[in-house]
Ligand binder design. Structure first.
Ligand SMILES: [Zn+2]
Length: 300
């Protein structure tokens, strides 16, 4: 009888011990589950943090590609309709106004070529809605017709002028006749810190050789260097290839010159990126044939 009672006591102690062990195991497991949950939460936070860091490093909210739009001559609506309706190199001022107004209303902002260079060299950042305006050939309409729009919408633009076509004095506008911006206006606007800047479209390369090729293709290295030297009075820092044409000689001349910091193409119409060669920066053609839809597509 005594033995049975003793066995029973051992049994109870055994059950209590077993329950305690089970309880400890349960506490251990619950603890482990909570810790795991914490770890999952933390890893989620880490993940979010790393994505934010990644965004910051990539500057997702900053411009990684910049549209550099290129106009040529921009005449008033009546002149366009009457004389140049089929000429894609001559834009209608009313349409240009609509395009710039749309950009202004959609909070796009311009940078000039110095700012663009700073961005390209990775020394400046600009917001996503940043673009550049360039105008080729130095026609006087840039001064008479486009500059008032730049002032209206607080946009900056660069006019690429051709050295050997620049008169001393800018003629009065007399459309449909051609006239070029003169030295007087270049000096005046530079002094006034105007929104219209002036850079190089060569001195005498805006022409064709007898074989129908751009004249630059017939120039020796010396002649090419001389062409840049002939523009030295204007202190140009940026260059737009006439007709978008360049060969290895021109690339080597331009990349060895201390005065020219960057050169712009015309032909591979695309956004400019930091991956472009410094002397082959892409631009976008906005011609008299560009529809408003096509124009807006570049600014998605
Ligand atoms: Zn040109």
């Amino acid at each position: 009888m005594k033995k049975i009672i003793k066995n029973k006591r051992i049994q109870i102690i055994f059950i209590i011990c077993l329950s305690l062990i089970a309880l400890l195991i349960m506490i251990f497991l619950v603890n482990k589950i909570f810790k795991l949950k914490d770890r999952l939460d933390n890893s989620k936070i880490d993940k979010i943090k790393s994505v934010e860091k990644y965004d910051k490093e990539l500057n997702i909210d900053k411009a990684v590609k910049i549209p550099i739009i290129t106009f040529h001559r921009v005449v008033d609506h009546e002149t366009k309709i009457k004389y140049f309706s089929d000429n894609e190199w001559i834009n209608d001022l009313d349409i240009t106004k609509n395009e710039l107004e749309w950009l202004y209303n959609n909070e796009w902002k311009t940078i000039d070529l110095d700012e663009f260079y700073c961005w390209y060299m990775n020394e400046c950042e600009f917001d996503k809605k940043t673009f550049v305006i360039t105008i080729d050939d130095g026609d006087a309409e840039a001064y008479y017709n486009v500059l008032p729009l730049l002032d209206k919408y607080d946009f900056k633009a660069t006019l690429f002028v051709i050295g050997n076509t620049i008169p001393d004095v800018t003629p009065e506008l007399n459309e449909p006749n051609y006239s070029r911006v003169g030295k007087d206006v270049i000096e005046k606007l530079r002094k006034e810190n105007s929104r219209l800047h002036f850079e190089s479209h060569s001195y005498a390369q805006h022409d064709f050789a007898q074989n129908g090729q751009p004249i630059a293709s017939t120039f020796s290295i010396e002649e090419l260097n001389k062409d840049f030297d002939n523009n030295s009075e204007y202190n140009f820092k940026y260059y737009a290839y006439p007709y978008g044409y360049y060969n290895n000689d021109l690339l080597s001349v331009i990349s060895n010159r201390k005065d020219i910091k960057m050169a712009f193409t015309f032909g591979n119409f695309n956004y400019a990126t930091r991956l472009n060669n410094r002397y082959e920066i892409d631009r976008i053609k906005i011609s008299g044939n560009t529809s408003f839809e096509e124009f807006k597509d570049w600014f998605e």
